[in-house]
Design a protein around this ligand. Sequence first.
Ligand code: HDD
Length: 714
Amino acid sequence: MASQILGSLSEKAKSMAGGENKKVAQLAADTKDVHNGDHRITSDYGVKQNDTDHWLSASTEDKQGPQLLEDPFGREKIHRFDHERIPERVVHARGAGAFGKFKLFESASDVSKAGILTDTSRETPIFVRFSTVLGSRGSADTVRDVRGFAIKFYTEEGNWDIVGNNIPVFFIQDAMKFPDVIHAGKPEPDSEMPQAQTAHNNFWDFQYLHPESTHMQFWAMSDRTIPRSYRMMQGFGVNTFTLVNDKGERHFVKFHWTPDLGVHSLVWDEALKLAGQDPDFHRKDLWQAIEAGSYPKWKFGIQTLKEGEEDQFDFDILDATKVWPEELVPIRYIGEFELNKNPDEYFTQTEQIAFCTSHVVPGVGFSDDPLLQGRNFSYHDTQLSRLGVNWQELPINKPVCPVMNFNRDGAMRHTITKGKVNYWPNRYETVPPAAEEEGAYIDYPAKVAGMKQRLHSRKFKEHKNQAELFYNSMSQVEKEHMKAAFSFELDHCDDPVVYKRMVERIVEIDLELAQGVAEMVGADIPQEATRQKHNKKAKGLSQMDYLPATPTIATRMVAILIADGYDKVAYNGIKAALTAQGALPFTISPKRNKIYADGEDKSGDGVIADHHLEGQRSTMYDSVFIPGGEKSVVTLSKSGRAIHWVREAFGHLKAIGATGEAVAFIKQCVELPGMQFSTSTDVQNSYGVVTAAKVSPDGFKEAVQMAKEAADFV
Ligand code: HDD
């Protein structure tokens, strides 16, 4: 397994990461280690046990008798097991998380007085939880879905949670609609099907009936919802928050985080296959990268608008179905964060971590965004039923700064607070409220006016302009993928009312797209546009805008296919060239056993493959390389799995490399009219297939460079 290979680095990574992290240090007090110390198994009440395999029973060697209810150990073990489960999150149940640190490189003191946004000398511990939205806790990672991207900052002034997604807008404008959009997306109520899919009647029925969802729908049908890795996703706070500086001035703000590795996606066929081949694809990817010391990093940015400037746009800045186009409000990148430590235990950390949009620190505040206002109610409420009233005492949720107040008791309270009083004011004047200079949260004195009514203001009623802006800004490849995504989803809706109406909605955004989808799904093909297009584009919407400035294959997984008789020079050369670029080579061969190079003495060590061909699939890797060696290539060319591997990788637009005899093998697998294959030491790149018929010492570097560019291109 990849994890075995990467595992050797893990201790180093852990000690580097864990060292100075205040949250990790705090957790140590609540952490026990089964491997550390000379432990004996005990009951929960501390008594050592000498048999946890047999329930106490009235038996003899000759005759099995009845189990005795009196056995406290047996009862305890079963009772504890019976109650292991807590309710899974009502949304975002499937997730993975990691610890890390946030660092500011530019003070934002002009807009906020928050310590975390002004003090460039601080390193703030964080825990990030990534998730899918609709699937149950055991569902697959690679389903088409929005990804949650929630950050808990353990700041010196208390916990600050940004509970974001990898898409900057949302389906609905008002929190009161949340149960409806989620019910419509989750499995249908009669059959409880389908799992972790939006490809069903109810979801698209809801979508048509909510024109406000159109913009998010377009994002949801883009490649953003099938990310290659959590490490390659952008994050957004989505809602409009506010910042307050030490002069008492207020700014509206949107939060952004952008990955250093660029934004990359799977193709749909890969995502579908991976859901079965490796349901843990994303969590494993994150885990392994951190264990290997390849800590994923994001830049943290803010878009700010001074109070008073918010009414100048044709959209309402409080509407969560809208982005603030970067041309209008530039992003200012002020900090960065990295994830550098995996959890020690999934349940007590990744499962029990609980986020609240209402958790902000002095210098950060809310806006009148009607989605945010409802979220501020919902998150604390859901933690009460998921974790109980004392959920903030759980180690992972505890702030790293002191907590002292007169909230008391409740189920599972375990902090012991000494003292004569549990109320304020009290005769001892103990635990008084803090003054502003002492760091108290001071509510911004906002003026409030209005009529008590159930409505949204005028600008909330326009729903199409930004959906079109998004679609216009896509590259041709992304547009093709969106057509395929809409067509897939609506193909899974068998009620004609649903797919026909949805085509009508798409016409309002783009006629050509609607025609393509209509043809695929069997709806009437629309003949004319039903809305005047504005034809504008904006930067920062296409994920092609987020490719790293210089292409990188760092952390990408490359399969090297070999069999006995492989060309050792080529094998070692490509491995070295890949490793030098930070890529992770994995050797795959017909068996996970000793494989010998051409001419190698069979009594030697050979190379032990990381995996055998039947245990893996091309979808699990970013690229494939096959070195020459006549016997090796003959073996591979007789293997249906190896041939399929190359063809499938080519179909998924992955970079493919080959040298020597393997060039002819690749040609046999994937030749297209006009494709070029090398016949000399010259390295050729044709359709992302990089070949060199003869091996030259510099060829590998060049080959990797070409493969890198080819991969970047697709
Ligand atoms: Fe939510 C969880 C993100 C709207 C109610 N939400 C949850 C998580 C993320 C988001 C990332 C998982 C957190 C974790 O890892 O534990 N939610 C969003 C975003 C939204 C959004 C970006 C739109 C801007 N959510 C939203 C609304 C409501 C909720 C409008 C209710 C009115 N969300 C919840 C929840 C969850 C949740 C039911 C389930 C588990 C939890 O809170 O802790 O309260």
